[in-house]
Design a protein around this ligand. Structure first.
Ligand SMILES: [Zn+2]
Length: 403
């Protein structure tokens, strides 16, 4: 579809309409570009998102909160770059594709896959939620470029190159320095490998977005050079506002914008507010929970939603409150100032450590819109931030595909 037609679809879904008062205030569409899922997603009843769950994103919370679309993440942790490590990563990724597949099969009257911007808007127009699939850590390709094609066939439309710890594609913003990986921006930080370049080029050909969240500064620079289409950061903040390696410095915010891309500001505690007291208290609680459960170490999938964990976290929240929507909007403002209103988006990182005071789960999504409005953003700005910019980039990436 031509750009004009796509924009027409977007514009046709205006703010007004015969909708309840609250929904009248809703932007044309709301897209959260980073939502994690547990490995046993849709496997155990407690992870069946058709029902009320303790997950921060389930279908009911999206519907009630006015979150129309989410990028569900195929994340795998970084292990060794050897045959056993790759095999495990491939298997773990497959489990997550299966989980998302089960959700789509079980609840077709509530949520549908969106593999194109048009499909996402059509789902929304039909009153359905959208799920888009995003890879986080291309280690799960198992060092085999053909698996990128397979991922595309399974519906993935965005490829996050790296996670915590360097992989076979590029260096990470958080390299594993304890095991000898060179610090970011040190002489040993090599940026992107030949395999990383091949993945970026193949993603361009397939029409997949290249996602540089978690990548080192050098890797971001390489991605900007290698990619023939705009790139995204699916969940990153601004380093000038809060100095954290996962946040992007101003020169990279500018460079991503200059190439037409988008940086989705993320509502993740440590990227918005430095709070060593809270970090220590959380670590202590996690260790206690793991010990009680007889585990070697804390395991988010099995432990995050235990009632005793939730009670402990509520106590911690009283003593060391999380960053607020004001902190979040402050970063968005800075990113808009540096990159421009056409190059910033929104992400939660829910169920992957994300969530702040005021946007603690998907049911509170309208609070974000209200905070942006209070901060002086116009309806047109808010429409861009909540999905307009992302859909533009996605459309451009798609148009350059060669398949
Ligand atoms: Zn992440």
């Amino acid at each position: 579809m031509k750009t004009t037609a796509r924009l027409a679809i977007f514009a046709a879904l205006s703010f007004a309409g015969a909708l309840p008062a609250q929904a009248q205030q809703d932007p044309p569409v709301t897209i959260d570009t980073h939502v994690d899922i547990p490995f046993d997603y849709m496997g155990e009843p407690r992870f069946d998102v058709g029902h009320d769950t303790r997950l921060l994103v389930d279908l009911g919370k999206m519907e009630r909160g006015g979150l129309n679309a989410a990028f569900f993440v195929i994340w795998v942790p970084q292990h060794k770059l050897d045959a056993a490590g790759y095999a495990k990563a491939v298997k773990q990724a497959s489990q997550k594709y299966d989980g998302i597949g089960r959700m789509l099969m079980m609840y077709p009257d509530r949520i549908r896959l969106a593999t194109t911007p048009e499909q996402l808007m059509a789902n929304h127009k039909a009153g359905l939620l959208s799920a888009t699939i995003e890879i986080e850590n291309a280690y799960s390709l198992g060092h085999d470029i053909h698996r990128l094609d397979a991922a595309f066939d399974r519906g993935a439309r965005s490829v996050g190159l790296v996670h915590v710890g360097n992989n076979d594609l590029c260096t990470s913003s958080l390299p594993d320095t304890e095991h000898g990986e060179p610090a970011m921006n040190s002489a040993g930080d090599k940026g992107m490998s030949d395999f990383g370049r091949a993945v970026v080029k193949r993603a361009n050909q397939l029409g997949m977005m290249v996602d540089i969240s978690h990548a080192s500064d050098n890797c971001v620079r390489d991605a900007l050079k290698v990619s023939s289409t705009p790139i995204i950061a699916s969940h990153s903040g601004a380093r000038a506002v809060l100095d954290h390696p996962r946040n992007l410095p101003d020169d990279l915010l500018r460079a991503i914008a200059a190439k037409g891309g988008v940086v989705d500001a993320v509502a993740y505690k440590e990227f918005l507010k430095k709070d060593p007291g809270r970090e220590a208290a959380e670590k202590k609680l996690q260790n206690a929970i793991a010990k009680q459960a007889g585990e070697k170490e804390y395991d988010s999938d099995s432990d995050d939603y235990r009632p005793e964990m939730e009670a402990g976290m509520a106590e911690i929240q009283k003593k060391y409150p999380l960053a607020t929507l004001d902190d979040y909007v402050k970063q968005i403002r800075h990113m808009v100032k540096i990159a421009g209103i056409d190059h910033v988006g929104i992400a939660s990182d829910f169920d992957g450590g994300g969530g702040i005071t005021g946007w603690k789960d998907a049911s509170e999504t309208r609070n974000v819109t209200a905070a942006l409005r209070r901060a002086g953003f116009s309806d047109a700005d808010i429409a861009k931030l909540w999905g307009g910019n992302l859909l533009r980039v996605w459309g451009e990436v798609e148009r350059h595909a060669q398949h």
